[in-house]
Ligand binder design. Sequence first.
Ligand code: UDP
Length: 489
Amino acid sequence: DDPTGNLHVAILPFMAHGHMIPIIDIAKLFASRRGVKTTIITTRLNAPLVSKQIPTTAEIHIELIRFPAAEAGVPEESETADFFSSTAQKMGPNFLFKFFHAAALLRRPLDAALAKIRPDCLVSDAFFPWSAESAGKFGIPRLVFHGTGYFALCTAVCIRVHKPHKNSDSESFVVPCLPGKIELTPSQLPESARKEEEGNPFTELVREMAESEGKSYGVIVNSFRELEPNYADFYRDELGRRNWAIGPVSLSNRRSEEKAGRGGRGTGESSSDCLKWLESKEPDSVIYICFGSLADFADSQLKEIAAALESWGGSFIWVVRKDPRTESESESEEEWLPVGFEDRTAEKGLIIRGWAPQILILDHEAVGGFVTHCGWNSTLEGITVGKAMVTWPVAAEQFYNEKLVTAVLGIGLPVEAEKWVRGTGDDEVIMAEGIEIAVRRLMDGDEGKEMRRKAKELREMARMAIEEGGSSHSSLSDLIDELKQRSHV
Ligand code: UDP
């Protein structure tokens, strides 16, 4: 126990941007409460990324542990969130197996850190299932952080338990037990569910993650109750998961964001340049296109997006995973863009190469729509600032989040990949025509207007949830009180 009478919360982030950004926000939320001391446990190369996201005024300690790269046979730099986001995915399953082995070898360094700092509880990413035992060893509760909302958490459990895709020959199926008669096709399931097989290390990891949840104290959910009440109830009452919804956690991160730009690999465009550009645009006139920190489209797909934007003719901010251009490089050297694209769209478009200040851009009133891959952080960030979406999921639980946005909340429409896809394998692209139709429907039609109206209602609910007396604010207070009582702080 802490001699100062504080509750000491230790936080162990997984090193991918989509996991690290929200769990650091959670650390900041804990630290913002009276009588709570917070420590983030991370590796040396990730420490600068962590620090960058923490305002100097926040009392958050960073405890370093060594990443066992050599023992697992992965390069030293693979420990960083930048590496995971930019390179790890492309290195294929063999590398990822080794990487997750290295992650599992973090257990001993974590145990040593816990022995040293003696926290009262551990909040750790779901990708570290073994950390439940580490917490158990020190007699402290472990709280799981998944990085997704209730809808995706519930859908994943229903699919894992009932395996509807295995019993059904037909193309689509209704997710068994899940409220709302949600339809999915087998191809919309994450690979870990589709290719479940004995001995597959990822199948094992998913099984361990599920098992470890049972051994954990509860789950911290980055969502707010009012957003998905049926699924919050289902998660607690039907699936029996003790949990606390304390989001949207990004709302607490605004000010430090403005100061630092966010995590990641250097900002492709400075925040102030983006904002200045947006100032010159009409409300709800700009579409923002970004596919998160991992999704990396082939050049052929980028060309289709460019063609769709040009043919639509409206204003856009488009984030692409390309290195920022040097002075000497001209547009003609960039093969992924149609020749002359930037000249022709100079007035209307802003391309950000690299990392965008997403939250700031999304929050601007000129932005009226968001083309998103439906990573949970992006989805929730969009909801938090009241934006309607074109959903373009790529992998993992993004297809579940798409259903929440389109079928449950009614604040987005799908790009309809199955209708507009051409080619196979590496040559597969979604055609410009399909992208343009979706963008037009969202930005120019009444349908889009109605979606923006609903999205703005959700924005208000999100703001209320995090204010004092709001559901998420109270939920965090309840959790802290409970943890304090448990550890006699
Ligand atoms: N992000 C950003 N700038 C970018 C790309 C991503 O700030 O150029 C942030 C985004 O705001 C979100 C996170 O990175 O917080 C991406 O997480 P998400 O769950 O949406 O997707 P993932 O990257 O995990 O696929």
